[in-house]
Structure formats: C-alpha cells, structure tokens
Design a protein around this ligand. Structure first.
Ligand code: GDP
Ligand code: MN
Length: 376
C-alpha cells in the first residue's frame, strides 16, 4: 500500500528524520496559513500516488503569496497520469546544494533488505540504474535489522568526504531502517535526500510503501489508505472473502487454493492464453462465493471465457456446482464456461452440471486447453 508524501513525511518526522516545516492543504486559505507559519518561499506539491509529479508540473517553488495562490489553483486543476489532485503539500522551500538518493527496500531475489544510495538524486533512480549502474551503491543488511556500522562506514565515506555528513547520513539511515522494520515497509525512500543551505542533510521528498500483508498489525498505517487508488473489484472481493487480483488477459479464472490458482495461471500462459485474474475462492465450501466470484469476473469486459478449476478437498465439488447453477439462474453469463472438477463429491457435482447442460472435465490440461481455445 502506497501512502501519500505528506503521510510519509509525518512518519519521517516521527522517527527523527529531518524534513522541512509544512503541512497538507485542501484550500488556498489553508495553503496561505501554512506558508505564513513555515515562512516563504515554500514549495507547493501535488499529493498523488504516482511518480514523476515534478515532470508533470505538480511541484513548484513560490516566493510570494500571490504566486502561492495561483500555483495552488493551477496544480489543483492538474490531471497527473489519470488522477485528480485533491490535496497539496505546502512546505518551506529547501535551498538545495546537492541531491542524493537514499532508500531501504527488499531484494526479493537475494531475500534480503537492501539499502540503496546514490550521489545523483532527484532524477529517477531507474534512469541512473540504466545509464550509470556503477553509481548505485547497494548495501545488504545480511539479515540484520540494525546497521552494522563498521561495514557501513566505507559506504558513508564513498558518499561524503565530510566526516560530519558521514555521521549524519549514518544516523538518518538508522532511523530510516527503524521506520522500515517497525512499519513493515517494502520501501522507504528519500529522493531527493539533500544537503541544504546550512550544509545539513534532510529529506525533500518521502515515499513509503507498506506491505499489504502487514496491514492487520499496522492499524495506524491501514487508516492512511486512499481508496481512490484501490481497484473497486479487488476491494469488493476482499469483503466477500475472495483473494482476487485483476490482470491484463481474457481468461477469467475461478480456482480454490492459492497454489492451484497460481498453477492455473501458469497453465493458461503455457498453453498460449492470458489469465484475466487471479482468484482463490478459498478452502471452505460456499456456493455464495462462486456466485460472487462470477459476478466480479464478468464485470471485466475483456473476459472471453471462464475457467473454473477445482481440486476438491475440504472444498466440495457439489457445493461449487450448486454455486454455478445458482449463478446461472441469477445472472446473465454471456461467455462460455469451462469447468474442471476433481476430488471430493466430484461425481455428484458432474451429475448436477451435466443435467444442466454443462460440460465438465477431470483433467486440468484438457480444461485449460479448451478455455484458451475459446478465446481465439
Ligand atoms: P517527484 O518529482 O514526484 O519525485 O517530486 P519531488 O518532491 O522529488 O520534487 C521534484 C524536484 O523538485 C526535486 O528533485 C527538486 O529538484 C525540486 N524540489 C522539490 N522540493 C524543493 C524545494 O523545497 N526546494 C527546491 N529548491 N527544489 C525543490
Ligand atoms: Mn522525488
């Protein structure tokens, strides 16, 4: 879950990472009052959960109140990558001497937390990674949650000549790591991380992503979720007890169990199709879940076929069959359904479906082949 810059910088401040004075505003009056408190010049920044706000005209430094109001109104009208701007951050403008990059994230391939630092900040790090990969410093935590200062010291020295700044970056990184682990982040990024006019290090931007799987134990973070950026189908699926992720393809998949759901998606890809979604109806037998799953999948106009793949264990095939039959009565299903059932109460399920005129399969390969064929 991404959070807004103003929320992320509040976390930074809470952990003692230096940020400029400022606050979030929804109206020009609020913006003025924040600017009067912080002192001009201020920077006006669109709060949207997409990158490249600067390039899209969503970040502007102003040095007087008239410009503040006009820039506030201009930025508020912007549409940044499809998103309207509802809130703006007003913060005391920083006199930037030099921009750096500092982040903590997870390297999924190494299975380790990594600190990424770079002496060219501000610009998109992905760009530097392509053009000057040698300039990006990666410092692996090697499983530790606290900074191994002896191992880190040479990296700090590579970034800063000044001994005071080496100490300062070390202290800030320790705070960023604390925040990263305590708040279950997958990313805590400062870009740009700058030397200001007084020669001190501070964060000029703040980006924090919190692991969705940790939200149950991070209620404060969960409350920061901006629903505007959530997929409405995924939200609905969650309230109905379904694990659902929308994808780009056209084979709608209804499967029980996350492992089989992944396997089914692999199967669809291997046999030349593209799954429209990941959907796990879970382990319990509940015909209602099948009905809800069908409703959600059929809203996706790209879907050309529905592939139902059930391996009956705790899930009873006849419950799934009843769910399908209920759905046929209640909703208009305008695409073919390919149904594969095996395991608990398979025979009963197949009888139910066959007598309703539906064809069923026992082999997953056959069913997936049939479903992919229906999309061509
Ligand atoms: P992003 O484009 O969404 O990453 O937004 P940032 O907050 O990183 O701002 C983009 C760029 O605007 C930064 O790299 C800075 O060059 C500039 N900028 C942002 N805030 C300030 C500020 O307080 N003072 C100055 N001088 N420049 C700023
Ligand atoms: Mn930035």
């Amino acid at each position: 879950m991404k959070i807004h810059e103003y929320q992320a910088r509040n976390l930074f401040a809470q952990y003692g990472i230096p940020v400029a004075a400022g606050d979030v505003a929804q109206t020009p009056e609020e913006a003025l009052s924040i600017a009067r408190k912080a002192g001009l010049p201020v920077v006006v920044k669109a709060q949207v959960l997409v990158g490249g706000r600067g390039k899209a005209g969503g970040v502007k430094v102003v040095d007087n109140e008239a410009d503040l109001v006009s820039e506030f109104n201009r930025i508020k009208q912007l549409n940044i990558k499809g998103y309207t701007v509802e809130r703006l951050l007003i913060a005391k403008a920083v006199d930037i001497r030099k921009e750096y990059y500092l982040a903590v994230t997870i390297d999924n391939i190494k299975g380790d937390v990594v600190v990424i630092a770079c002496a060219d900040g501000g610009v998109e790090i992905e760009e530097t990674a392509k053009t000057h990969p040698e300039r990006i410093i990666k410092f692996y935590m090697q499983g530790a949650k606290e900074l191994d200062e002896a191992r880190w010291a040479p990296v700090a020295a590579q970034l800063f000549d000044d001994l005071r700044l080496r100490k300062s970056v070390t202290a800030i990184l320790q705070k960023l790591l604390k925040l990263f682990f305590e708040k279950d982040c997958s990313l805590a990024e400062i870009n740009p991380f700058v030397i200001n006019g007084e020669g001190n290090l501070m964060a000029v931007d703040a980006k924090v992503i919190i692991d969705d799987n940790a939200l149950d134990r991070q209620p404060e973070a969960a409350a920061l979720r901006d629903m505007k950026y959530e997929d409405p189908d995924e939200l609905e699926a969650k309230t109905k007890g379904l694990s659902f992720v929308k994808l780009e393809g056209n084979v709608g998949c209804i499967v029980n169990g996350a492992g089989l759901a992944m396997g089914t998606m692999d199967g669809v890809n291997l046999l030349g199709g593209r799954p429209a979604n990941f959907l796990d109806v879970g382990g319990s037998s509940n015909p209602e879940k099948v009905l809800n799953a069908l409703k959600i999948i059929l809203r996706n106009k790209d879907v050309k076929v529905i592939l139902i793949n059930i391996f009956g264990g705790i899930t009873r095939c006849d419950d799934i069959a009843n769910g399908i039959l209920t759905a046929l009565k209640q909703i208009q299903i305008h695409v073919p359904m390919v149904i594969r059932l095996t395991g608990t109460n398979e025979k009963e399920a197949k009888e139910l479906l066959t007598s309703a005129g539906l064809r069923t399969f026992s082999s997953m390969r056959q069913a997936v082949t049939e479903a992919v064929k229906a999309t061509k």
